[in-house]
Design a protein around this ligand. Structure first.
Ligand code: DX5
Ligand code: ZN
Length: 216
């Protein structure tokens, strides 16, 4: 089982994006989480390609792109070509998840699928063989700084058992309301990667906070 922290750049200071990205680059976080929101799939707009390009320039780390947009397959290829390692789409945003994940893989990047809090993990049972990662939302997608929805850890354990049964190498990532107060419990529940926005960028010492999340 991997143990990865993926700081969400949504909580970075966009006036100092280069500085904040380099700070994460020097930290113990292995991934960098990129939240793309369109104001339609979620009630908020974040950023797109120019900002992603600036982040890509400031770090060589694994870029983990979370697309909270309708019709994500219109843009998946462009994201893959922007030099990222993982493109995650929402289960609720596509009609044919298998086809979408296969297509993302064909672009030479890892393919992820995310589920909103109300979507049960059972909907993924038939497509685990084409999913490199499942991203479980532990808040309603759209905003950083929300409280962790209790019961999300149980979704990770349920998914972990499903992945073990299916015998796939699918990674489990969780996103929303995660800090050093619950990271240990979430890794123990079977999560491989944890996203953290406000907990990292709101900390006095973000790098120390990441280490704390890894060790708790
Ligand atoms: C929410 C985003 C998250 C967000 C997490 O829709 O997908 O990645 O940045 O922020 P925190 O860690 O503050 O809950
Ligand atoms: Zn996210």
């Amino acid at each position: 089982m991997a143990k990865i922290i993926s700081p969400s750049m949504l909580s970075a200071d966009f006036g100092h994006l280069d500085r904040d990205t380099r700070m994460i680059d020097e930290s113990a976080a292995e991934w960098v989480h990129i939240d793309v929101m369109d104001g339609v799939f979620v009630p908020n707009i974040s950023f797109g390609f120019p900002v992603l390009k600036a982040i890509r320039k400031a770090t060589d780390k694994f870029l983990d792109v979370h697309l909270m947009i309708v019709e994500p397959m219109k843009y998946a290829k462009r994201f893959a070509e922007a030099g990222v390692q993982l493109v995650t789409i929402h289960y609720e945003a596509v009609d044919d998840v298998r086809k979408a994940l296969e297509e993302i893989r064909s672009y030479g990047v890892m393919a992820g699928v995310s589920i909103k809090p109300a979507t049960p993990v059972s909907v993924l049972e038939e497509i685990l063989d084409v999913a490199d990662l499942v991203l479980i939302m532990s808040v309603e997608p759209g905003f950083g700084g929300q409280s962790f929805i209790e019961g999300s850890a149980e979704k990770a354990s349920e998914l972990k058992a499903m992945i073990d049964r299916a015998g796939t190498k699918t990674l489990i990532e969780m996103d929303g309301g995660i800090s050093a107060a619950n990271s240990g419990m979430l890794f123990a529940a079977g999560c491989d990667a944890l996203v953290a926005g406000s907990a990292v960028f709101g900390a006095q010492d973000p790098k120390a906070e990441i280490v704390k999340m890894l060790n708790s």
